[in-house]
Each structure stands twice: as structure tokens, then as C-alpha cells.
Design a binder for this molecule. Structure first.
Ligand SMILES: Nc1ncnc2c1ncn2[C@@H]1O[C@H](COP(=O)(O)OP(=O)(O)OP(=O)(O)O)[C@@H](O)[C@H]1O
Ligand SMILES: [Mg+2]
Length: 324
């Protein structure tokens, strides 16, 4: 994978939200990472750390406050709605949403939902050709052509998620953000949909950003993984390296929180990690955002923001005192 060209190069990305009088919520704060063509980057971290905001900003559903998003070397961060259309960004980048029920228009049939983008972007010569394409997509995600005339509420959760996937695939994108694409599903259906996403990736040479709470799932499907904490990437690298030798106290705490069937577990692990308050992304002060919860925090950690620095090979960590 390391020999593949970089598809997305994200530099110092920031996305804030105004929340009440004079308050600014730093959902994504000075985040940098790159994704190579054909790669799957996993994105993990506790609820509210900014994963969905990263995804939505990358595919330009949000406009970032600052930073660059280089897509094949072209900075799309500041594109206007018109430039986004002109550059065919929706054809190149798609998102599968966290909540398929909320993201599918209930008044549209599944055929209309999947075909909408085709029509909007003038893909296919006429209605018949577009419908044929919709049928082929339904088939590809394990649904039937009869399903095209039904409405979202007539489907199960797993089927609805497949509709969301078919809608994303319809544009034949190069890059897909999968935001908790399977977390609302039963474990068995989860595996089916995940395996389908893996197969589609191989068939179509896709590049993925996969957001998920399930750390074992992320390990299974990702080449690299990024760990976020309150708007910042605190650790990133090759999946094996990050999971086997995590360096940031937060990553260690996160991995330790995965349930294991071992009565001696607490005796061998530092259970002090992950205690205390998660802190707030609103008007954050200086210093490491994990400092309030970190048993190793020093004065420097409370004063300065640790930069993301190489920890050897393809593994970087933002910590003044990385664990060895
Ligand atoms: N449109 C918005 N307006 C104001 N604040 C927002 C908005 N969207 C997200 N936020 C805030 O930004 C922060 C990051 O939210 P985001 O949805 O990106 O988190 P997440 O990591 O995807 O969480 P989860 O795992 O629960 O999906 C949160 O504090 C959230 O409350
Ligand atoms: Mg989210």
C-alpha cells in the first residue's frame, strides 16, 4: 500500500461550530493525515470526538474553517457549491451515513433514492438506462429489482443500510466515508454488510475512511488507524503497530476498555487510565486535551499542545511522554 499514490492529503483541518454567545466548539482542530489510493483508514475515538465531522468535511458536506483537503493534489477545502458541482466532487466522494433511517428520504422510493444522483449528474442516457443501473446496484448489494418500488420504511435495518450503500455506489466514487455503516445492525447482519463493503472495495479499487466504535472491526478491515480525542488525532499508524504497541495513554485506555474474559486483567493493566472527565471541546484551553484524565500528565502537558510526531516507521503519536 505504501507504494500507492496519496489520494487525500488533509492538512491542519479545522471545523468549528458556533454554540451560543461567544462560544466556539472545536469539533475538528488542526487535524492532518493522508490516505493512499486503495487504502482503508479506520477512525476511532469516543462519542463526540469529531469522527463524523471529519467525514462530512472531507466529502465537503461541511466547509472547513481552516486547512487543506488535497484530493489528488487539488485543494478542495475552499470550494464553493458551484466549484464542488463543476469538479464533480459528489461523483468522486461519497458517504454512507451513521443512521440510514434519517438519511433516506421517506417519501422517495428506493429506486428514486438510488437513481437521484444519477439523474442529477446526468449519468446514463435516459430513464431506462438509469433504471437498469439502479437494478444492477440493487443486485450488487444483495437486494432485488422489485425493491426499487418500495419505500425506506418497508425495509429492515440491514436492508436500509444496503440501500444507503447502493446510493453511494451509484456515483461510482473513488472514495467513500463509511460512518458507523453497520453499528445499528445485528451482529450477523453486520458481518454480511461489512464483508460486502470489503468485496466492493476490491472489485472497484475503492479507498475508504471507516468510522466505527467497534475496535476489533476496525482492526479487521483497516490498513491504518487514526485515534481521535476531543477534535484531535492523538495517534495514527499501521493497524498492527497501533493495536500491538499503542504509545498514547488514551489509545491504551481505549484498547483496554475492550472487554476481555480474564479475571487477572485488572491486576496487569493500568486501570487508572480513562478515569476523570472527558473535558469539553468548547473554547478548549492550551495543553493536551487528555491531560485531565492522564495519569502521566506533567506541567508541560497542561501548558503546551503536543504535536503529532513520528514514533518510528509509519506510526505517529501526539504525546510528550509516550508509553514505551
Ligand atoms: N452541526 C453541529 N452543530 C453544533 N455542534 C456540532 C454539530 N455537529 C457536531 N457537533 C459537535 O461536534 C462534536 C463532534 O461531533 P461528531 O458528530 O463529529 O462526533 P462523533 O465522533 O462522530 O461522535 P459519535 O461517535 O457519537 O457519532 C460534538 O461535540 C458535537 O456535539
Ligand atoms: Mg458520529
Amino acid at each position: 500500500m505504501a507504494d500507492q499514490p496519496i489520494l487525500l492529503d488533509v492538512q491542519n483541518l479545522r471545523k468549528t461550530f458556533r454554540v451560543g454567545r461567544g462560544k466556539t466548539l472545536y469539533a475538528v482542530d488542526d487535524v492532518s493525515f493522508a490516505i493512499r489510493r486503495g487504502e482503508t483508514l479506520g477512525l476511532v475515538g469516543e462519542s463526540g470526538c469529531g469522527k463524523t465531522t471529519v467525514g462530512r468535511t472531507l466529502v465537503r458536506l461541511y466547509t472547513p474553517d481552516a486547512g487543506k483537503i488535497l484530493l489528488d493534489g487539488e485543494d478542495i477545502a475552499g470550494y464553493t457549491a458551484r466549484q464542488i458541482r463543476k469538479a464533480h466532487l459528489p461523483r468522486r466522494m461519497q458517504m454512507i451515513f451513521q443512521d440510514p433511517y434519517a438519511s433516506l428520504n421517506p417519501y422517495f422510493t428506493v429506486g428514486e433514492i438510488i437513481g437521484e444522483g444519477l439523474e442529477l449528474h446526468h449519468i446514463g442516457k435516459n430513464r431506462e438506462e438509469r433504471m437498469e443501473r439502479v437494478y444492477a446496484l440493487l443486485d450488487q448489494v444483495g437486494l432485488h429489482r422489485e425493491h426499487a418500488n418500495r419505500f425506506p420504511h418497508e425495509f429492515s435495518g440491514g436492508q436500509r443500510q444496503r440501500v444507503g450503500i447502493a446510493r453511494a455506489l451509484a456515483m461510482d466514487p473513488e472514495f467513500i466515508v463509511c460512518d458507523e455503516a453497520t453499528s445499528a445492525l445485528d451482529v450477523s447482519v453486520q458481518a454480511q454488510v461489512m464483508n460486502m463493503l470489503i468485496d466492493l472495495k476490491k472489485e472497484r479499487n475503492l479507498t475508504y475512511l471507516v468510522v466505527a466504535h467497534d475496535l476489533s472491526l476496525v482492526r479487521f478491515i483497516s490498513d491504518r488507524v487514526a485515534v481521535m480525542y476531543l477534535g484531535k488525532i492523538v495517534e495514527i499508524g499501521d493497524v498492527r503497530s497501533v493495536y500491538d504497541t499503542p504509545r498514547h495513554p488514551y489509545t491504551i485506555g481505549l484498547l483496554d476498555a475492550v472487554p476481555v474474559a480474564d479475571p487477572d486483567y485488572e491486576a496487569t493493566h493500568d486501570v487508572r487510565l480513562m478515569q476523570g472527565d472527558i473535558g469539553s471541546p468548547i473554547n478548549p484551553g492550551p495543553g493536551c486535551r487528555f491531560a485531565s484524565r492522564c495519569p502521566y500528565a506533567t506541567e508541560q502537558c497542561r501548558r503546551e499542545t503536543p504535536p503529532l510526531a513520528s514514533a518510528g516507521g509509519d506510526h505517529s503519536v501526539a504525546c510528550f511522554h509516550p508509553v514505551v
